[in-house]
Ligand binder design. Structure first.
Ligand code: NAD
Ligand code: TYD
Length: 353
């Protein structure tokens, strides 16, 4: 089949990016998919082993912060679209090292926007810059209410502030230069291939190793969890059918208090590992709260469901069971990612709490 589109996916070796790359490579043989990734600690080509030899897939190692490199890459390939996921993505790391987030998330996005604009101005057939963002740009909710696309921005961590900045830049390029853009803001993802510094895989890994489970504060913070393949399906829909210049909120309609979610994971793991009930629960340890910890995130997804017909396909029971199963069956993957720097990170992050 002839190639009719060349799509650049940034951050494709990361958690969500790898699911998006796989979906596009498999479903769209008529697209050539270029995966641009710097392979930071969070990027892992193991995530894409099953598709690495597909003829419509190309991996490029590179840094979105390197303006000259990005410019040359766009000159060489004349992409027809960009799906931008590359980012520093972990709130705790942003508290320790905020400038890394400003560089990657703000400057990196600015470089991609500039190169896309230059491509469009040269008369290339550039039809979409799709920016993947987070619900955290909206700030923190109290006990009630949901984030809609009209909720004013109120980012409160260096991570969310850097993502908010990048969202503003994307919309500014749409307004000022008529770059065809679309933005989506999604709630917390979970599923296979997530790096075990984020809550769900960290808890699974600690239970496996009978290590304490660190719960920040009282465990009362609430997140709205979405299975990663449901997010990838939403990204596919928005890329192809989302209206340019628009924003779509994506969420799981699935709010959980951290302590309740952790308790549930403990029960699932005890069953899967044939341990006595309550074994994992005893590992729960309340530790010093995260600085500036947002209380609650929850998304109103009615725009994307009404306009594009998207709904999450998996309920949380099934999604969590699949996720736990994946980590248990992919111990090599887990061991690889927790070798190297992970222990240093973990000790710095948790020993003083
Ligand atoms: P991740 O940290 O797992 O992956 C990020 C990827 O970007 C990695 O492969 C990394 O190597 C790459 N990268 C980092 N800096 C780079 C640079 N300078 N140049 C090129 N590549 C670079 O993140 P994720 O959880 O998959 O998130 C992907 C995107 O989705 C991010 O933009 C994030 O803000 C957004 N998002 C994530 C969630 C979530 O729950 N994980 C929710 C909503 C939105
Ligand atoms: P995280 O997975 O880091 O995602 P985010 O901060 O972007 O929502 O954390 C999810 C929730 O779990 C958040 O309220 C912080 C909390 N948390 C803990 O209680 N302990 C931990 O060790 C981690 C990593 C997170």
């Amino acid at each position: 089949m002839g190639i009719i589109k060349k799509i650049l996916i940034t951050g494709g070796a990361g958690f969500i990016g790898s699911h998006v790359v796989r979906r596009f490579v498999k479903r769209y043989p008529q697209y050539q998919i270029f995966n641009l990734d710097k392979l930071t600690y969070a990027g892992n080509l193991e995530n894409l082993k099953d598709i690495e030899h597909e003829p419509n897939y190309t991996f490029i190692k590179g840094d979105i912060v390197d303006q000259e490199f990005i410019r040359k890459l766009f000159d060489k390939y004349n992409f027809s679209g960009v799906i931008h996921l590359a980012a520093e993505s972990h709130v705790d790391r942003s508290i320790t090292n905020p400038m890394e987030f400003v560089h990657t998330n703000v400057i990196g996005t600015g470089n991609l926007l500039t190169a896309s604009r230059e491509l469009m101005d040269r008369g290339g057939e550039f039809d979409c810059f799709y920016h993947i963002s987070t619900d955290e740009v909206y700030g923190s909710l109290g006990d009630t209410g949901l984030f809609t696309e009209k909720t004013p921005y109120d980012p409160r961590s260096p991570y969310s502030a850097s993502k908010a900045s990048s969202d503003h830049l994307v919309r500014a390029f749409s307004h000022t230069y008529k770059l065809p853009v679309v933005v989506s803001n999604c709630s917390n993802n979970y599923g296979p291939n997530q790096f075990p510094e984020k809550l769900i895989p960290l808890v699974i890994n600690n239970i496996l190793n009978m290590k304490q489970i660190p719960v920040y504060g009282k465990g009362e913070n609430i997140r709205d969890w979405l299975y990663v393949e449901d997010h990838a399906a939403a990204i596919d829909l928005v890329y192809h059918s989302g209206r340019k210049g628009e924003t779509y909120n994506i969420g799981g309609n699935n709010e959980w208090k951290n302590i309740d979610l952790i308790t549930k994971l403990c029960e699932i793991m005890d069953r899967k590992l044939n341990r006595k009930p309550e074994t994992s629960g005893q590992l729960i340890t309340f530790v010093k709260d995260r600085a500036g910890h947002d209380l609650r995130y929850a998304i109103d997804s009615s725009k994307i469901s009404g306009e594009l017909g998207w709904e999450p396909a998996l309920n949380f029971e099934t999604g969590l069971a699949k996720t736990v199963e994946w980590y248990l069956n992919n111990n090599d993957w887990l061991q690889n990612v927790i070798s190297g720097d992970y222990e240093n990170y973990y000790d710095k992050q948790y020993l003083e709490r």
